[in-house]
Design a protein around this ligand. Structure first.
Ligand code: AMP
Ligand code: MG
Length: 427
C-alpha cells in the first residue's frame, strides 16, 4: 500500500513554500555559531563533555611488553628447529602485574608470569599455564611445556593499543566511557573541553500552572517545561529554567530579556498561526524571526530567531508531543552543531511493522512506536496507539519513532519500516 505514488524525493520541497526537514535543518545550521570557548577539566569532571582539541598519545600504550595470559615467559629461540613436545625449562623467577622480574632470562629458562605483568628481559613468548605441568626436581622447579605456543603468542607488544603520536580522538569528540578510560590510561590528568552550552527554557500559555499549584477552571499543568528540561539533561548543557510566561507582549519581552544571557532560548507554545504575533512582535523589536512551514508531522511550523544579544531562539509548538518531536529533529542537531560535536549519526533500524499505520502523503511523519527484538532476532515495531499531538501518554510508552517518508500513504502490517530509537536524541 505504501509508496504507490512514485514522487521524486524532493518534489515536495517547494510546495506552498514549505521545506523538508533536511532543508530546514540546513538553514538553521547556517544561522548557528559554533562555540570555541573551552575550559580545562579534570578527568573526574569531563565525562560526557566535548573535547576542544584533538588528543594525541604522547607515549606508546602499552609502554612495556606484557603478558596477556597467566603462564610462563621464555625465549622462543629454544623452539627454533625443536618443535618437539614436551619442552622442559627451568623456572628462575616470577613476574607479577606491578612486580616485574628484575633479572634477565637465559635460553632454557622461564619465568612464571601473570596477566599484565612485564615480559622479562630475554623473553618474547608466553605459554599458557594450562599447556604446562610443573615438575619438582630437588630444589629446582622444571616446567614442562606440553603444547608450544606460536612465536610472540600471548605477548602484548609495546604500542599495540596506541602508538606514540596516534590520535585518541579528534576535536569535537564526546568523552564517552571508553574514551575517558583511554585518556586515563595515557596518564593525562585534565582535558580541554568546550564550555557548556547555556540553554534557557520557558513555557508560554495563560492556561499553564506549575505542578503543586491548584489548577483553576480551564487550566492545565505545565508538561513541556519538565519534558524539555529532561531532554536537555547533559553534562554539555547548563539549563536556566525561566518558568511559565503569560501570553502577553510584556511577559514575552521580559522573558526574552532574561533569556538573552543564554546561547539558546527555547520556548514552547504560543507560536501557532496568529498566536505567533506576540513572539513575532517582540523579536522584531529585539532581533529577527523566521517561521518555516516544515513538511513534517507533528510540528509543522518551525519558529527560529536570533535575539540582538546573539541568543538563538527556537519557538517549539505547545502540544507536548510536537514539542518533543521538534526538539529531537531540530534542537538536538542545533545543539550538537553549536558544541561542534563530530561523528554523531542517527542510527536507524529497519523493522517489521506489526500494525497498520494510517498516513496521508505530503509530510514526513514521526509516529510513536515500541521497538522490540523478537526471539528470532528480528526487529519488530508496534504503534503506541493514538498519534494526536496532545496525547503524551502514547509518547511516554514509546521507545522509538517510526519514520514514514513524505510520499508514504500508510503502512500495512508486515511491511518493513524505518525506526529511530529515542536514545539517538540524547545529547
Ligand atoms: P499553543 O501552541 O500555545 O497553541 O498550544 C497548543 C496546545 O498545547 C494547547 O492545547 C496548549 O494548552 C498545550 N500546551 C501549550 N503549552 C503547554 C505546556 N507547557 N504543557 C502542556 N501543554 C501545553
Ligand atoms: Mg498557547
Amino acid at each position: 500500500m505504501t509508496h504507490q505514488d512514485n514522487h521524486p524525493p524532493d518534489c515536495y520541497s517547494n510546495s506552498e513554500g514549505s521545506l523538508t526537514v533536511e532543508q530546514a535543518l540546513q538553514r538553521v545550521k547556517g544561522l548557528l555559531p559554533v562555540i570555541e570557548a573551552s575550559e580545562i577539566l579534570s578527568l573526574d569532571d569531563c565525562s560526557g563533555r566535548i573535547t576542544a582539541n584533538a588528543i594525541t598519545c604522547e607515549q606508546a600504550l602499552p609502554s612495556f611488553a606484557n603478558s596477556s595470559m597467566d603462564g610462563y615467559a621464555f625465549n622462543s629461540i629454544v623452539m627454533d628447529g625443536n618443535r618437539t613436545e614436551p619442552l622442559t625449562l627451568l623456572e628462575v623467577g616470577v613476574s607479577l602485574a606491578g612486580h616485574p622480574y628484575k633479572g634477565s632470562v637465559a635460553t632454557n629458562q622461564c619465568v612464571r608470569i601473570t596477566t599484565g605483568a612485564k615480559i622479562p628481559v630475554g623473553c618474547d613468548v608466553v605459554v599458557i599455564k594450562e599447556n604446562t605441568s610443573v615438575v619438582k626436581s630437588g630444589s629446582e622447579t622444571l616446567i614442562e611445556i606440553k603444547h608450544l605456543p606460536k612465536p610472540g603468542e600471548n605477548v602484548r607488544a609495546v604500542g599495540s593499543n596506541l602508538a606514540t603520536g596516534d590520535q585518541l580522538c579528534e576535536r569535537g569528540s564526546k568523552i564517552h566511557p571508553a574514551l575517558l578510560g583511554l585518556i586515563a590510561s595515557t596518564g593525562m590528568t585534565s582535558i580541554s573541553c568546550i564550555r557548556p552550552l547555556k540553554v534557557a527554557v520557558f513555557s508560554t500559555g495563560d492556561e499553564l500552572v506549575v505542578p503543586g499549584e491548584a489548577a483553576g477552571d480551564g487550566q492545565i499543568y505545565d508538561a513541556n517545561g519538565y519534558l524539555l528540561k529532561s531532554l536537555l539533561q547533559s553534562p554539555c548543557i547548563e539549563v536556566t529554567d525561566l518558568g511559565i510566561v503569560a501570553d502577553s507582549t510584556h511577559a514575552v519581552r521580559e522573558v526574552m530579556q532574561k533569556a538573552s544571557q543564554a546561547d539558546i532560548a527555547l520556548s514552547s507554545g504560543g507560536v501557532s498561526v496568529g498566536e505567533a504575533d506576540v513572539v513575532k512582535q517582540v523579536l522584531e523589536e529585539s532581533g529577527t524571526l523566521q517561521m518555516w512551514k516544515i513538511l513534517m508531522k507533528p510540528g509543522r511550523p518551525l519558529t527560529f530567531g536570533t535575539l540582538d544579544s546573539g541568543t538563538r531562539y527556537f519557538g517549539l509548538p505547545g502540544n507536548p508531543v510536537s514539542a518533543m518531536v521538534t526538539f529531537a529533529v531540530f534542537v538536538v542537531p542545533a545543539i550538537r552543531h553549536m558544541l561542534g560535536i563530530k561523528g554523531q549519526v542517527t542510527n536507524t533500524i529497519r523493522a517489521t511493522c506489526c500494525d497498520d499505520l494510517a498516513k496521508q502523503p505530503g509530510r514526513m511523519e514521526l509516529q510513536r512506536g515500541i521497538l522490540t527484538l523478537s526471539d528470532y532476532g528480528d526487529w519488530q515495531v508496534a504503534t503506541t496507539g493514538l498519534q494526536d499531538s496532545h496525547i503524551l501518554a502514547s509518547m511516554a510508552k514509546a521507545n522509538c519513532f517510526i519514520r514514514l517518508a513524505i510520499e508514504s500513504n500508510g503502512v500495512t502490517a508486515g511491511e518493513t519500516v524505518d525506526v529511530i530509537p529515542l536514545d539517538n536524541f540524547a545529547i
